[in-house]
Ligand binder design. Structure first.
Ligand SMILES: C[S@@+](CC[C@H](N)C(=O)[O-])C[C@H]1O[C@@H](n2cnc3c(N)ncnc32)[C@H](O)[C@@H]1O
Length: 313
């Protein structure tokens, strides 16, 4: 395996990719007799491969092969993306990342767009053409920022094309305006990881959010009145509205629902129950959400997505 292999994730990564792969297969099957050019777009494409964390025994102790920095971390990516530690035995499992899974899908997509900002991962993605020679002329690798590249792609004419877009950021990198641009194509189905764990950590209990986090949240959630939604003043009693004794932050469920409502405000169909991706300590990291942008195709797309999402329960 080459050095560009990407190391991340735990069991929730398997679940995420399993859902994606099942959807891709069902999607190309359902649309195989239609006249559309079918695209797979992966906007945080990674390297194409990944190494899975496994446990191995050394000196009588069970240790995980992945180790990361010890200080508190804000984003789920930092918790799971890691480098191999030299003092543990390494059991390496080489698995397909999302890009390779999409290339393996049958019936095949007509075109593949892989967006990745890391240059060495782009090199790795380009080398997929030798592994999948029949797709050589149908793979486009764009090195750049996912939001910028996607906005340009969404501005193109999508009348004769349909696509599945996978948004798999580590943290809060997806802009709400990008999601709006996707909905406006009326051609691109969206699977997006909403980084709810990171969002909850950024929404400080006392409402005092550092300016840099605030602007990231605004970019992720859009200019909606999320602060009003997420923070309520606490009064001593119902008739004492001028007296504020504290601030109450919305629950994690309410924050998730807020994002789902945002999706529903733009897309004709949104799967009502996203997959909850949790780490080994059962902490919720991401909601894996599905939204279909084409009114005509939305019914079928939603049925397939709901079926797949319910399989993992
Ligand atoms: C969770 S990994 C993707 C894993 C991939 N989907 C897979 O299954 O193999 C996120 C990737 O997004 C890339 N990335 C981070 N910020 C980005 C940005 N703004 N634009 C494009 N890629 C970005 C990272 O370099 C990393 O490879």
């Amino acid at each position: 395996m080459d050095h560009q292999t990407h190391i991340f994730g735990g069991d929730w990564t398997d679940r995420k990719l399993d859902i994606l792969f099942r959807y891709l297969q069902a999607y190309t099957t359902a649309l195989s007799n239609q006249r559309f050019d079918l695209y797979y777009i992966d906007a945080f494409a990674g390297a194409g491969h990944r190494e899975k964390s496994t446990e191995s025994k050394k000196h009588g102790k069970v240790s995980t092969v992945l180790s990361g920095p010890k200080q508190p971390r804000l984003f789920p990516d930092e918790e799971t993306a890691a480098t191999f530690s030299s003092d543990v035995e390494q059991e390496r499992l080489f698995l397909d990342g999302s890009a390779r899974l999409a290339l393996r899908c049958t019936p095949q997509f007509h075109r593949f767009i892989f967006i990745e900002k890391n240059p060495s991962r782009c090199t790795s993605l380009r080398s997929l053409t030798s592994e999948f020679p029949s797709a050589r002329d149908r793979i486009e690798v764009r090195q750049g920022d996912a939001n910028e590249e996607l906005r340009e792609i969404c501005r193109q004419n999508w009348r004769t094309r349909r696509a599945v877009l996978f948004l798999d950021p580590y943290g809060t990198q997806v802009s709400w305006s990008t999601i709006e641009a996707v909905a406006e194509t009326e051609a691109i189905d969206l699977w997006v990881l909403f980084p709810i764990g990171a969002v909850v950590r950024m929404l400080q209990r006392d409402g005092q959010i550092p300016p840099s986090w605030k602007s990231r949240l605004e970019d992720l959630l859009g200019p909606a009145e999320w602060q009003k939604e997420f923070y309520k003043e606490v009064h001593p009693a119902p008739l004492f509205e001028n007296e504020i004794i504290g601030i109450e932050r919305a629950s994690i469920d309410m924050i998730g629902q807020f994002f789902m409502d945002r999706l529903r405000s733009r897309f004709p169909a949104v799967a009502p129950e996203p997959a909850e991706l949790r780490n080994s300590k059962n902490a919720l990291l991401y909601l894996f959400c599905f939204a279909a942008s084409n009114k005509r195709g939305a019914g079928v797309a939603l049925r397939i997505a709901n079926h797949i999402l319910n399989m993992g329960k």
